[in-house]
Ligand binder design. Sequence first.
Ligand code: FE
Ligand code: FE
Ligand code: ZN
Length: 306
Amino acid sequence: MNKLIIGSHVSFTKDEGMLGSVKEALSYGENTFMFYTGAPQNTIRGKIDENKTNEAKELMKKNNIDINDVIIHAPYIVNLANNKDEDKFNFAVNFLKQELKRAETLGIKKIVLHPGSHVGLGVDEGLQNIIKGLNLVLDEKEGPIICLETMAGKGTELGKTFEEIKTIIDGVNNKERLLVCLDTCHLNDAGYDISNFDKLLNEFDNVIGIDKIGCIHINDSKNEKGAHKDRHENIGLGTLGFEKLIEIIYNDKLKEVPKILETPYVSISGGKDRTFPPYKQEIEMIKNKKYNPNLLQDIRNYYKKS
Ligand code: FE
Ligand code: FE
Ligand code: ZN
């Protein structure tokens, strides 16, 4: 039996915090999940409720969710690559230090971070800034791990190649606190051929080391290989396709790695009305290893009823 560790992006709720996240994950049939400790696009963060956190941990235990597989995603506006404005850079460093403390309070071991965008400073300077920032953030030998996410290379994003990620890791003193988060959509959009994933894993192993994979984001892509766009698509409906994603999800070398879906919400009408999470139906499809050609319709029907 192949153990499958699968979950999706869920919310850290205003009232219940991580307890809300666990409940949401369970409602989709997941055994792990990923959340932002507040809004993804800002750095406003509330206090963490100890009772609710304990309740969350109990609920996880009861449902065989290993807290070591649960992931926090740092807000994507944090940019360690840009030091043009010293105050902003320092703010990013301090925010991440706080975020690591929040993770510790919650009992979470892994935080996914976008390496950053060099905003015109150039690749080398951007990478050096990220290294500087990470050394300030990870100034202690112990604590939660930062998983650097492989990026699509949109705009001036860094971390679009394994070599750039390797350069960052090499520059950081407390390397044991760094892992990598692969994102299937980003890999494709960055120009990697995901159709032969074993070959790609070999390449990753040669540059960084396969034991450094701490998390995988499973997303289809709206765009062709090398498009540098970063637009996620629902599982099976994009350019990667269901079969390729299934091969990655069930790859023997990645058995122990948590897989997280970040696919787009689906609107009931197909227009710009309220949208609903696709994860329950996508995860069903993944567990069955069988493509559901009525995926979008099934999602719409499910939420119409409720
Ligand atoms: Fe991300
Ligand atoms: Fe991602
Ligand atoms: Zn993305």
